[in-house]
Design a protein around this ligand. Structure first.
Ligand code: SF4
Length: 329
């Protein structure tokens, strides 16, 4: 096995986007995929509200992200690399990154408009080819048939930052973790990935002094957890958390989640396109049919084409399951 891939495997690095797939396995799949032309893409879409770690990395450590990309290109014999930036990052960081690229065969690609689904890896490839903004049917995965139908590695911005550290022997199994929310200054920390959510709040000095719940993983896709559940979750798979006041108005909160997904659904598949619309309609109807609401969520979770439709109701179901009962105490 290639030396760097061995080091990545030994470090146990998991993707730092929402997929958390073992990085060494992904690299090996691209390395072993047939075909001489291969591509590497740094995903800097960062579309989950409340998560701003990639922005922090691009602002403070762009040279490490570039290092990671160049290492990947060399390791996988990739013909070209791309830095995929959302439009806000494109206007903020493009010039800085362009200087760091130097003479390598690396291009910056700007997302046409900021949207949630534009960070999904097959959607990225579609957009780079000038196609519709929607995920592809899988298989084949982009690892085998990605950009221009060639094997393509897409990793999150923080993953490439970690690769650079692994290569330098400085990686310590830590990750960036964002904390934001009600009565909470927006802040970012670097913690060992095994610490619990409760420890992260205590060590950061952000453990609330009011009744609260949190949303782990972001303000839209994040799972809602009550204060007494925070020892049960390590931060390893999550880029941050949002603190909510427990007394917050439920209707406003649920509608915010429902409206977001209704707007962001790309419309390609029925369960998500219709489901996000119907959930919003049903929740705001005079007679709320709990059973039908739950049935639609079940259908979305089990038959949506991509993870967005599958995850669209995570915040709502976890809120009903974990938080509502705390309000009654
Ligand atoms: S689940 Fe939603 S976002 Fe994903 S393909 Fe279907 S409609 Fe598009």
């Amino acid at each position: 096995m290639n030396k760097l891939i061995k080091k990545i495997e030994a470090a146990g690095l998991l993707g730092r986007g929402c997929g958390t797939f073992p990085t060494a396995k992904k690299w090996l799949a691209v390395l072993n995929a047939p075909g001489r032309e291969k591509y590497v893409i740094v995903n800097c879409s960062e579309s989950e509200p409340g998560i701003f770690k990639d922005e922090f990395i691009l602002d403070n450590y762009p040279e490490l992200v570039l290092d990671g990309l160049k290492l990947a290109m060399r390791t996988l014999n990739a013909s070209q690399g791309f830095i995929y930036l959302n439009p806000i990052f494109n206007s903020r960081f493009r010039n800085k990154i362009q200087i760091l690229i130097g003479h390598d065969n690396i291009e910056i690609f700007s997302e046409p408009s900021k949207s949630y689904i534009a960070g999904e890896e097959s959607t990225i490839v579609n957009l780079m080819e000038g196609k519709r903004e929607e995920p592809r049917f899988k298989p084949p995965f982009v690892l085998e048939k990605g950009f221009l139908n060639k094997p393509t590695l897409v990793n999150n911005c923080e993953t490439f930052y970690d690769i650079a550290l692994i290569n330098q022997g400085k990686y310590k199994r830590e990750r960036f973790f964002c904390i934001a929310g009600d009565n909470t200054p927006k802040n970012i920390f670097k913690f060992p990935e095994t610490i619990t959510v409760k420890q992260a709040l205590l060590e950061s000095g952000h453990y609330p002094n009011f009744k609260f719940f949190i949303q782990l993983g972001g303000a839209m896709a994040g799972i809602c957890l009550a204060a007494d559940q925070l020892d049960d979750y390590a931060i390893q798979y999550y880029g941050g958390l949002i603190i909510h006041e427990l007394a917050k108005d439920e209707r406003q909160l649920v509608n915010k989640w429902l409206e977001f997904y209704k707007k962001e659904s790309c419309g390609q598949c029925v369960p998500c396109r219709e489901g996000t619309y119907r959930l919003y309609e049903m929740y705001n109807a005079k007679d709320f049919n709990h059973q039908l609401f739950a049935d639609i969520i079940f259908a979305m979770q089990n038959s949506s084409l991509c993870s967005m439709g599958k995850m669209a109701a995570t915040a709502i179901t976890s809120y009903f399951e974990n938080i509502k009962k705390c309000k009654k105490r």
